[in-house]
Design a protein around this ligand. Structure first.
Ligand code: NDP
Length: 278
């Protein structure tokens, strides 16, 4: 059990990738703080972990909005109250917050810009600052969850989400070099398309989500491996990056896990050999 005696805070663990990471950490011996705004979904995560045989004493379940100062403070305080120390912070909570006016691209409102930046970037910065003193004590780790939407490909549909994640990648690199001086390691994972509550949070109806995933899997120029990722695919990487035995020499890196999506280019969507008569 690699994480016995370690305490982990995983933001956004009421669903998707965070839920899967919480389960794996808990099964691997860690004390885990699970959190999200939705109490019902958070309870589902708690039950999933308990049903896997993990004792209640290893779990701290906190309903909180990670974009608020009070929510962040509650996460830190309740974790210290229950477990005494913090060894690992996983900044996973995130979402593409859509423009409810229906505007797209550059027409999206500044309000939507602020909301996307607040959740996907500012909350990570604030949590990092608040947890840093405790990670210095334990010589701990931070794993950020970014996205292939960070680029270098353009993301005109989800413009503000894309720039938040691009800034997050620079934050990962910069904090990694700053914090390793104090013994804290920072890295990140950038998922491609993964089956989670992500499309639901984006406001996509179930039927459209299914079509979206089916379409991507059917087109090798979208996902060369022709498989949409699972939450476990990403959670396994989070655990690897949080494990100093396994990944100690990796500092400030982003591991891309996207079935090859970011390695293909537009012209590969066409059958060039046929077009050229070859
Ligand atoms: P889910 O929607 O399944 O999970 C997102 C989690 O974030 C939920 O637990 C949600 O909890 C939490 N969350 C969202 N907003 C807040 C908030 N204001 N305060 C507290 N918690 C919040 O999506 P994923 O698991 O896919 O997303 C996890 C990470 O992976 C995100 O950072 C996302 O950007 C990234 N990612 C996902 C991809 C995908 O295809 N799925 C692709 C690339 C990156 P609640 O609703 O209860 O508040």
């Amino acid at each position: 059990m690699s994480f016995t005696g370690k305490t982990v805070i995983i933001t956004g663990s009421s669903n998707g990738i965070g839920r899967s990471a919480a389960l794996l950490f808990a099964q691997d011996g860690a004390n885990v703080t699970i959190t999200g705004r939705n109490a019902e979904r958070l309870e589902e995560t708690r039950q999933l972990i308990l049903e896997s045989g993990v004792s209640e004493s290893h779990l701290n379940s906190v309903v909180a909005d990670v974009t608020t100062s009070d929510g962040q403070d509650l996460l830190v305080k309740s974790t210290l109250d229950k477990f005494g120390k913090i060894h690992i912070l996983v900044n996973n909570a995130g979402a593409t917050i859509p423009d409810t006016t229906g505007a797209t691209g550059t027409d999206q409102t500044i309000d939507v810009y602020h909301k996307n930046l607040k959740l996907n970037l500012q909350a990570v910065i604030e949590m990092t600052k608040k947890v840093k003193p405790y990670l210095m004590e334990t010589q701990g780790e931070i794993v950020n969850v970014s996205s292939i939407a960070a680029g270098p490909q353009a993301q005109s549909d989800v413009l503000y989400y894309g720039i938040a994640k691009a800034a997050l990648d620079q934050y990962t690199r910069s904090t990694a070099i700053d914090l390793i001086q104090q013994g804290i390691r920072v890295n990140s994972v950038s998922p491609g398309v993964v089956h989670t509550g992500f499309t639901d949070a984006l406001g996509m109806p179930d039927e459209a989500s299914k079509k979206f995933f089916d379409y991507l899997e059917a087109h090798k120029e979208c996902i060369p491996s022709r498989v949409v990722g699972t939450p476990e695919d990403i959670a396994n990487i989070i655990l690897f990056l949080a494990d100093r035995e396994l990944s100690s020499y990796i500092i400030g890196e982003t591991i891309v896990a996207d079935g090859g999506s970011t390695l293909v280019k537009g012209s590969q969507a066409t059958d060039l050999r046929t077009i050229l008569g070859l």
